[in-house]
Design a protein around this ligand. Structure first.
Ligand code: HSE
Length: 371
């Protein structure tokens, strides 16, 4: 019999990307999907004809309804998870909880899902009776897919990273705000569109516009356009941001590495004004000296999404940019070279769509293991 999946948070950005992937890959043929809403239940949605399931939205806060489900798939966010998960578990619900938000990731009885990297662990965990499967942080998942071959072959001593993270990582409000900032600038610039002025006068004028009190910065707190923000997520009070902390913590959990085998990973996470692709620059210390063509072979043979971009200017500027990756499952990695620091030190630069492999795709693929 088909399992019943309750889908919550399918209207949001990650949820919509996930819904599209489920439709595209026809996953709805394998499950009975029921759509829930935290606000508009009883609302009829004819779009769900394709799912051949209940066309009336159910109440996502109704524990009795949720209790009947085999699987809950939620992209509703942390507040919902914290409100419902423990109540449901405490009431004896033993279904599978699959979640895009971060709250349950580091729990001892949850698994972070990224099956091209930890499929064995996912399958063994299902067999052991684990019922909570959580998508990883986007930067972590994208880094691991890019460097999967080096992780799998135990070649990494440590990684230092700098990220260039898209507005979408902050939520749809961030993207909207970025667009409002563009519009705001354009409004003021077009009033006096005299580009024959001295470039320094134009630069001064633009900077002044971004400093206006009415400049839209409710989400990002400072302008994101023409700027960058070198802090993402909470302050861990250790000097690290939470986004930076997640890189080492989640990676080692995904790889099931115990404390004495942990790979050290640290660096700086930065928000930039790209729309939905996160880019990352890596400085990697390998455990041994391997030549670049071997490194490229090891990386490219690990999974079918990672693609080596040759380390030259033309390929780098055309194939290793957020705009060339957006909306795809590709994980290009380039700028791979030995550093002057020594034979075991390499650099690499990688990109991935933050909403696809960074959020929705690992959750969609997790469903397949539960058929
Ligand atoms: N933490 C990420 C970001 C979102 O802020 O870009 C993806 O998990």
């Amino acid at each position: 019999m088909k399992k019943t999946v309750g889908f919550i948070g399918w209207r949001g950005m990650v949820g919509s990307v996930l819904l599209n992937r489920i439709l595209k890959k026809k996953d709805f043929l394998n499950f009975n999907f029921i759509f829930f809403s935290t606000s508009q239940f009883s609302f009829k949605n004819p779009e769900f004809n394709r799912f051949n399931s209940n066309k009336i939205l159910k109440d996502a806060n109704n524990l009795d309804e949720l209790f009947e489900l085999d699987i809950i798939l939620t992209c509703q966010g942390s507040d919902y998870t914290n409100k419902i998960y423990y109540k449901l578990r405490n009431s004896g619900w033993s279904g599978y909880w699959i979640d895009a938000s971060s709250d349950l990731r580091m729990k001892i009885d949850s698994v972070i899902v990224l099956d091209p990297i930890n499929k064995k662990n996912i399958i063994q965990s299902i067999d052991r009776g684990i019922k909570t499967f959580i998508g990883g942080n986007c930067t972590v998942s994208l880094m691991m897919l890019a460097l999967g071959g080096l992780f799998r072959n135990d070649l990494i001593e440590w990684i230092s990273f700098s990220t260039y993270q898209a507005a979408s990582g902050g939520g749809s409000g961030y993207i909207l705000e970025l667009l409002k900032q563009i519009k705001f600038l354009n409004k003021y610039l077009s009033k006096d569109d005299n580009l024959s002025k001295s470039i320094l006068d134009i630069e001064k004028k633009i900077t002044k516009i971004t400093q206006k009190n009415s400049f839209p910065i409710k989400n990002s707190l400072v302008p994101l356009i023409l700027n960058l923000i070198p802090w993402i997520d909470l302050d861990m009070s250790s000097g690290q941001s939470k986004e930076e902390w997640k890189m080492e913590a989640e990676t080692n959990k995904i790889l099931s590495l115990k404390d004495n085998k942990k790979i050290l990973i640290d660096g700086t996470c930065v928000r930039i004004g790209s729309l939905r692709c996160h880019s990352q620059s890596f400085l990697i210390k390998l455990k041994k000296n391997i030549d670049i063509s071997n490194i490229e072979d090891i990386i490219s043979s690990d999974n079918k999404w990672v693609k080596i971009i040759k380390n030259n200017k033309n390929d780098s500027i055309k194939k290793l940019t957020p705009l060339s990756v957006t909306g795809t499952l590709n994980i290009p990695i380039g700028r791979i070279r030995k550093l002057s620091l020594g034979n075991n030190y390499i650099s690499a630069f990688s990109i991935g769509d933050q909403l696809l492999w960074g959020a929705a795709e690992p959750l969609r693929r997790m469903l397949k293991f539960l058929i």
